[in-house]
Design a binder for this molecule. Structure first.
Ligand SMILES: [Zn+2]
Length: 510
């Protein structure tokens, strides 16, 4: 019908025929507007148009190269706005089509979200190669090359909740993001759903955080960052810690899996986020991820192509990570098993006495040695608490006097406390051990022991610690960045969590 507005995949080749003079003028303005959208068709105009129905016809001609599919949207109710986005040396148009029922939300945020997405994804992958990206107001989210359909509608009075607003912005970022995965990095969605949904949901998370930073007025009161639903490690814990009968490896055909959203979207997105933030670091991860997308744009990658490119671009052995996260249903669970405190002494301990006896040696046959005595053990003497390392172990003192210059001696540290901390790994997944040590003076220090610590023993790892300050508590994964499904074993001393019943009992007692 001649009173319809239409846009879709491809170049509009007969713009002069289908646009009015006013629309042409506004379109030219929009191509120079980099900070906010310009309306090509206003709400007032759309409200007039929708009151009648034209019997005339009009033909919109679209032509596209390098696309695997196409879509279009047409209505006499459409409001139409656009803005320009600089991507590399080129200008790309961010576009929205919506009816008045979508306002005020759509006029305010749809095109801004498209523009923001184009920038974020181009930074994380390659420059967006098409000339436009359109977001259409619709009842659901669905993607096509250059055009996608997105939900999110205020009520009849124009009011909307945070859930509606961020749901709309997130679905726009997600569906525009599908231009990269799988429209351009052309993986097989039916075979490997995670290769488009998972990778896309990962970049969506990065793009959402960018959107919140670039558009602080979009955030609601009290928010310091965009409220992303998928991506943060702790959000995948209920799924990965859930009933194993209903969890399948990510490497499962999407059509045949349980919990489709968690399996193909949430878990792979979280796996990549943890790989970026906690395992590889942003520089190395981003370089490799970009290499994958550049290598496979307009080609057909399979999972192995992704795994291999991430490894050979970074020179980082990731076999263990792919195996755990993508081929199994294992989860992360790392805890503190035991903390032992030691004192140094020159007095031979039972272990060395037994050692010498077994070999028929006298203690005098041994060279001067230093021994460690565990606090609270039979050999432990209270007096050890009061002495320094050099008081308790004169052997060390003599050695230092004989082998170091005065200047070197003055620079030596004299640790007072010695610990042996044993970490346990009930979970099947391998992760770095991120530990926060808190000292008696109230200060704390964070240490990360790389994932390779589990290389030769998959269930336990120990660390010897010499410290000049007394450790009062130890916490594994203090910022919840590894998706540890059980944090009840993460602390030393053990944090006792009161059950609901105990809380109730105490209330009654009081
Ligand atoms: Zn999707």
């Amino acid at each position: 019908p001649a009173d319809h507005i239409l846009d879709g995949t491809g170049y509009l080749t007969n713009r002069e025929e289908v646009f009015t003079k006013d629309m042409m003028k506004r379109f030219k303005q929009a191509t120079k507007s980099y900070d906010k959208p310009v309306e090509i068709v206003t709400q007032a105009e759309a409200e007039v148009t929708e009151k009648s129905k034209s019997t005339e016809k009009k033909t919109w001609k679209l032509s596209a190269q390098m696309v695997r599919d196409f879509g279009f949207a047409t209505s006499r109710k459409f409001i139409w706005d656009m803005m320009a986005v600089k991507i590399g040396e080129r200008d790309v148009m961010a576009v929205s089509l919506y009816s008045k029922e979508g306002n005020p939300l759509w006029g305010q945020w749809s095109t801004m979200a498209v523009a923001s997405t184009l920038k974020s994804y181009s930074r994380m992958t390659f420059d967006y190669p098409y000339h436009k990206a359109i977001s259409v107001h619709a009842p659901m989210g669905m993607e096509y090359p250059m055009i996608c359909y997105n939900f999110g509608r205020p009520d009849a009075e124009g009011n909307y909740s945070d859930r509606t607003k961020f749901g709309m912005i997130s679905v726009i970022i997600h569906e525009v993001g599908h231009n990269w995965f799988p429209m351009i990095v052309n993986s097989d969605e039916r075979q490997w759903t995670w290769m488009d949904e998972g990778l896309n949901t990962f970049v969506q998370y990065v793009a959402e955080q960018d959107f919140g930073e670039w558009n602080p007025t979009a955030l609601s009161a009290g928010m310091t960052q965009y409220p992303s639903r998928r991506g943060p490690a702790k959000n995948i814990v209920p799924y990965m810690g859930g009933d194993q009968d209903f969890i399948a490896p990510i490497m499962t055909k999407g059509l045949n899996t349980y919990q489709f959203g968690n399996n193909a979207y949430g878990k792979p997105a979280t796996a990549l986020n943890i790989l970026r933030e906690t395992i590889m670091g942003r520089d190395l991860f981003d370089y490799s991820f970009r290499e994958y997308t550049e290598r496979w744009m307009f080609k057909h990658p399979t999972p192995e192509d992704f795994f291999r490119t991430m490894e050979d671009a970074s020179a980082f052995d990731l076999d263990w990570y792919w195996r755990g996260w993508f081929f199994t249903t294992d989860y992360v669970d790392i805890g503190v098993k035991e903390v032992k405190k030691f004192y140094a002494t020159s007095e031979p301990n039972q272990w060395i006495k037994d050692f010498a006896a077994q070999r028929g040696m006298e203690m005098s046959d041994l060279p001067p040695l230093v021994y460690m005595v565990e606090e609270g053990s039979e050999e432990f003497e209270e007096s050890l608490r009061n002495g320094t390392l050099l008081d308790n172990a004169p052997t060390v003192k003599e050695y230092i006097m004989d082998n170091f210059s005065e200047k070197e001696r003055s620079e030596l540290k004299q640790p007072k406390y010695f610990y042996n901390v044993t970490f346990e790994k009930p979970g099947g997944l391998v992760m770095p051990i991120i530990v926060e040590y808190t000292y008696k003076d109230g200060t704390s220090k964070k240490e990360t022991y790389p994932a390779q610590i589990w290389r030769l023993n998959d269930s336990e790892a120990s660390k010897a610690i010499a410290s000049d300050k007394e450790i009062v508590s130890i916490k594994v994964d203090p910022d919840l960045e590894t998706a540890d499904i059980d944090t009840s074993n993460n602390s030393w001393p053990k944090e006792i969590k009161q059950s609901q019943f105990d809380k109730f009992k105490n209330q009654v007692k009081n």
